[in-house]
Design a protein around this ligand. Structure first.
Ligand SMILES: [Zn+2]
Length: 337
């Protein structure tokens, strides 16, 4: 499971960063989280297709959806015959804004996108991924964050051991994987535990969008592997954070600690802070959270299983962890650039 920041700036773009947009990628499935100014271009620059499997919008502020017009236009121009519409999940008031975008593009009846409500009572599935919206505390009606999880994967079958037991490959291997015992013609029973390795854990990430810290959010993101949290302000500007319904980096760290998250990426940092002050936001978060902490930055790729950048636009590329499949499309895309 990878997180690819496509824009991390607060309020408006800078020369280096577009406004809020991210992509979560797992086994070739891509889910967009918010669609700020540079979402389309950043996606294409990452070497990926811009045809997402789903797009999730947290709230209706322009810095989180201004790139929708570019995305919808791109999807329309590149629409292939018979391709299903791309689901776009957003709070009900945002769906109204997106209908206006479709009308402006004359795409209302095009079948390019399927606008669907996102609310905290309903999880949705996108291919093998589960997406659960959760309520946040921001000054936009029905603002939500999203938690995305991969399923637990069954363990691999020890084929050599299976053959030694006199079983040839076939459909019964899948049944063993699903936990069903296999009875051989001679009456011998092979139990899954005899030949199937341990199941592999699922992974999870949560994106708060814009929010103040809130106890409900701690429950919604509990035990998540990666928390991508609003960190608009430094601790010294907590009053501004309250006034504008955002969080400080310290508060992001407190939420991560209380929720027992493993990794925290700070994002949506105010333009008021220079590079050195942005780095000091990391210290704010680290003063209250003992897990992995870094600043989200575009044109980089964060591996959630490894808890580190596998490509970091801010510095030299991290050594590629050996247990990550090198055939993964994300890595091939990086090498192609
Ligand atoms: Zn906002």
């Amino acid at each position: 499971m990878l997180l690819i920041p496509l824009g991390t700036a607060a309020a408006t773009s800078s020369a280096d960063e577009g406004t809020s947009a991210y992509c979560v990628e797992d086994a070739g499935v891509m889910i967009g989280l918010d669609a700020g100014d540079s979402v389309l271009r950043s996606l294409l620059q990452s070497g990926r297709s811009a045809r997402l499997d789903a797009l999730c919008i947290t709230h209706g502020h322009p810095d989180h959806l201004s790139g929708c017009m570019a995305l919808f236009r791109h999807w329309s121009v590149n629409q292939t015959e018979g391709a299903p519409p791309i689901p776009v999940y957003a709070p009900a008031p945002v769906l109204e804004q997106l209908r206006l975008v479709l009308r402006a593009l004359d795409l209302e009846a095009s079948g390019v996108v399927d606008l669907r409500p996102a609310d905290a009572r309903h999880s949705v599935t996108v291919k093998h991924l589960t997406v659960r919206p959760f309520d946040v505390a921001h000054d936009a009606p029905h603002a939500v964050g999203f938690r995305i999880t991969t399923p637990i994967r069954p363990g691999t079958v020890d084929m050599a051991r299976l053959r030694a037991l006199g079983v040839s490959p076939g459909p019964h291997v899948g049944a063993l994987k699903r936990g069903q015992p296999l009875t051989l013609p001679n009456g011998t029973v092979i139990h899954p535990a005899d030949v199937v390795g341990p199941s592999q854990r699922g992974w999870s990430m949560a994106y708060t969008g814009d929010t103040e810290p809130a106890s409900d959010i701690i429950e919604s993101v509990r035990a998540v592997d990666l928390l991508l949290h609003d960190s608009t302000y430094a601790a010294t500007d907590t009053a501004l954070a309250r006034h504008h319904h955002h969080s400080t980096a310290t508060e992001a760290g407190q939420v991560a600690a209380a929720a027992n998250a493993a990794q925290l990426l700070l994002t949506h940092v105010s333009h008021r802070y220079n590079a050195a002050e942005r780095e000091s936001l990391l210290n704010d978060a680290r003063s209250v959270f003992a897990g992995v902490v870094d600043l989200a930055v575009s044109h980089s790729v964060w591996s959630i299983p490894h808890g580190q950048w596998i490509h970091n636009a801010r510095g030299p590329q991290a050594a590629m962890a050996t247990d990550y499949p090198v055939s993964h499309p994300s890595l091939l895309g990086l090498r192609a650039r």
